[in-house]
Design a protein around this ligand. Structure first.
Ligand code: GDP
Length: 530
């Protein structure tokens, strides 16, 4: 048995973020192969949504429901316990990804060499930057023609606001792709297009001027590489682990996930430098992972799509202490103790019951409606973890009951779907009507479908034009200005599910005017603010 501290130090819990199609699934799969967690390629299910047809989506959701384990993929590599948290790249699931990012200790950003920085990458990296999450970048698909390496590095700095330093560098690209020089390990890895490539194929080159380099890759490529590396040396700062851990510097690797090329280098560096479970801020205090008492929070709830069993799996990230089977823990929001007889741990693409889990691990708890996203479990302490904010939805509609005999079912269904984080519910102050806000238009159909199939309720929608939901800071609510704001804007005010006041601006113009006119009424674009 390893001791508690060693268990914590060996854990690496991270997410891979990318724009769809950059190669996240392929990279995940290769990483699992290195860990010996899967035997062959193709074992990792790609959960991404290719089409936007609801039927396709439902089919995928159903599969997800059955193999929820793909939400967390764990394996051991070089004695490190690695937990990869799935982060959907599709923009309709951005909320899900944002929440998952509250549970990671670091991320790997995958970029397509031909496409460079794309739209979803920008959004996701911004969230990581805001939270100071350490990031490693993997530029993928070097076997294809793509952008110039220096242009890509510029792109990362300008479009993503990163401060990069390459730890490997490509030798040629596409048709001319010869391999990669590993700046971190000082060796050359030659590309043969053979996916079974392994460690033995790397050749140590301590001295770039050595004729051996010329022999290996030819005079022209060797000269280019020497020039490139000189430029790298002159332009980019040296790698600094502390800066990386503080999210002030982002190391970059090049490779080809499909060809399993450059992946071992990425993984070896990753397990070396990526942080073990970090301390996490609760509303009450900072909690260190080395503390002996359990604390953890729910960052994701997955519904089982089997309509006969309305059970759900709540994913808990363990922040401190150990999570033990059958031991009672305090559900802080509900103020009651709960015991779990079959907590799930995740291994490769399977899930299994475990007796004990450590900080950094994710446990899946079967739940019949006790949990909401953001809920905290402890051994008795009143702790509430911060940092699971809601963002303004993009689409808003009134939700109406379409079967008056089933209103109880409808409200229960809405309530539970909102707890899962499928969408956000707003109740208008003026007339109590309910408005649903979602990130993607797809979610409205998902909600309708699930209400019908899981709760036996029917709903219909009506347009409700909202540009943005803004959370209203009520700390100055005694002022005349605030009172006037409430009176004049009554039609646009609502409460979110937690009872926080929200201003639903109907256009960017009216938002701007409101901010000007009531300049002391603070409006926020996320639900959490100080
Ligand atoms: P995801 O949407 O980010 O999960 O992307 P996938 O891993 O599903 O990859 C998208 C497509 O790019 C698939 O067809 C992959 O086979 C392909 N792909 C991934 N990595 C590479 C690579 O290194 N080289 C090439 N040529 N194709 C790749």
């Amino acid at each position: 048995m390893m001791d508690f501290k060693t268990e914590i130090q060996r854990r690496r819990t991270f997410g891979i973020i990318s724009h769809p199609d950059a190669g996240k699934t392929t990279l995940t799969e290769k990483l699992l192969l290195f860990g010996g967690a899967i035997q062959e390629a193709g074992a990792v299910k790609n959960n991404k949504i290719k089409k936007t047809a609801t039927s396709d989506f439902m089919e995928i959701e159903r599969q997800r429901g059955i193999s929820v384990a793909t939400s967390v993929l764990a394996f051991i590599y070089n004695d490190k316990k690695i937990n990869i948290l799935d982060t959907p790249g599709h923009k309709d699931f951005a909320e899900d990804t944002f929440r998952t990012l509250t549970a990671v200790d670091s991320v790997i950003v995958v970029i397509d060499v031909a496409k460079g920085v794309e739209e979803q990458t920008v959004k996701l990296v911004e969230v990581c930057r805001m939270r100071n999450i350490p990031m490693l970048v993997f530029i993928n698909k070097l076997d294809r023609e793509g952008k110039d390496a220096f242009d890509l590095l510029d792109d990362l700095e300008q479009k993503l606001g990163l401060k990069v330093t390459p730890l490997s560098f490509p030798i040629g690209m596409g048709y001319d792709f010869k391999g990669i020089y590993n700046i971190y390990e000082k060796n050359v890895n030659l590309f043969s297009g053979d996916s079974k490539k392994n460690i033995e194929d790397t050749i140590a080159i301590d001295d770039l001027q050595s004729p051996e380099l010329t022999t290996l890759i030819g005079e022209k490529a060797a000269d280019t590489l020497r020039d490139d590396l000189e430029l790298v040396n002159g332009v980019y700062p040296e790698f600094n682990k502390e800066a990386y851990l503080k999210a002030e510097q982002q190391p970059v690797f090049f490779g080809s996930a499909l060809n399993n090329f450059g992946v071992r280098e990425l993984l070896d560096c990753f397990i070396n430098i990526a942080p073990p479970p970090r301390p996490k801020l609760a509303e009450e205090r900072l909690v260190d992972s080395n503390e002996k008492e359990l604390s953890g929070f729910v960052f994701k709830i997955h519904a089982n799509m089997d309509p006969k069993h309305r059970d759900r799996l709540a994913f808990v990230k363990i922040v401190s202490g150990t999570f033990e089977r059958n031991k009672p823990y305090l559900h802080v929001r509900q103020g009651k103790k709960l015991k779990f007889s079959s907590p799930n741990a995740f291994f490769a693409e399977k899930k299994e019951i475990v007796d004990i889990s450590y900080p950094g691990d994710i446990v899946g708890l079967h739940d019949t409606g006790n949990f909401k996203i953001g809920d905290t479990l402890t051994e008795g302490e009143q702790l509430n973890y911060k940092g699971i904010p809601s963002f303004s939805p993009e689409h808003f509609r009134y939700i109406n009951n379409a079967d008056p005999l089933k209103s109880k079912q409808l409200y229960k269904g809405i309530d539970q779907l909102m707890d899962e984080g499928v969408a956000q519910l707003f109740t208008l102050e003026l007339n109590g009507r309910k408005v649903i806000g979602t990130v993607g238009a797809l979610q409205f159909e998902v909600i309708q479908y699930r209400l019908e199939h899981e709760y036996g309720a029917k709903c219909s929608y009506e347009n409700f034009p909202v540009h943005k939901a803004c959370w209203v800071d009520q700390s100055n609510n005694k002022t005349d200005e605030f009172k006037e704001f409430i009176r004049v804007k009554q039609k646009f005010l609502a409460k979110d599910k937690k009872g926080q006041l929200v201003f639903l601006a109907d256009s960017s113009f009216s938002l701007q005017m409101t901010q000007q006119k009531y300049s002391n009424v603070k409006l926020h674009f996320t639900s959490e603010f100080d």
